[in-house]
Design a protein. Structure first.
Length: 143
């Protein structure tokens, strides 16, 4: 969708535009953090797959005790311990962190950002950038 210069948010105050911009930047950085969390989840999964392969290879080489250690202690382990659980194996896997981030944290803040945009700017997104585009294009026509 291209820009619409007739909706460059002249009816917003500078403070409103700044507030909207800060909310939008915050949400955009949360999306970037989400991408890093997806990478963390994938990289952790790949690492664990390599360790699962190592379990079989160690066993084939006669290192059953080491293979058992991988199988029993490390492969089932989560990446973060649940501090409220009594069981030491009640750890959270990377997919659980990712899902919680997506479903609770990110989704709630994205909804909040949409509410702010709707209430402050009647749903007009990127109000600061629209104003900047309008100003720059206007300046370019004059010079």
């Amino acid at each position: 969708m291209g820009s619409d210069n007739k909706h460059h948010s002249d009816d917003l105050s500078e403070q409103e535009r700044k507030a909207l911009h800060q909310v939008e930047l915050g949400i955009e950085h949360l999306h970037r953090a989400h991408g890093h969390l997806v990478s963390f989840h994938h990289d952790t999964g790949r690492a664990m797959d390599h360790l699962a392969d190592a379990e079989d290879l160690l066993r084939q080489c006669g290192y059953d005790e080491l293979a058992d250690g991988l199988r029993d202690e490390y492969l089932p382990r989560g990446v973060v311990t649940d501090s409220t659980a009594d069981d030491t194996h009640a750890e959270r896997w990377s997919y659980d962190l990712l899902e919680n981030y997506q479903d609770r944290f990110l989704a709630d803040l994205v909804d909040f950002g949409e509410t702010v945009t709707q209430q402050v700017a009647d749903g007009l997104r990127h109000a600061a950038e629209r104003k900047q585009e309008f100003d720059w294009k206007g300046r370019a026509r004059r010079e």
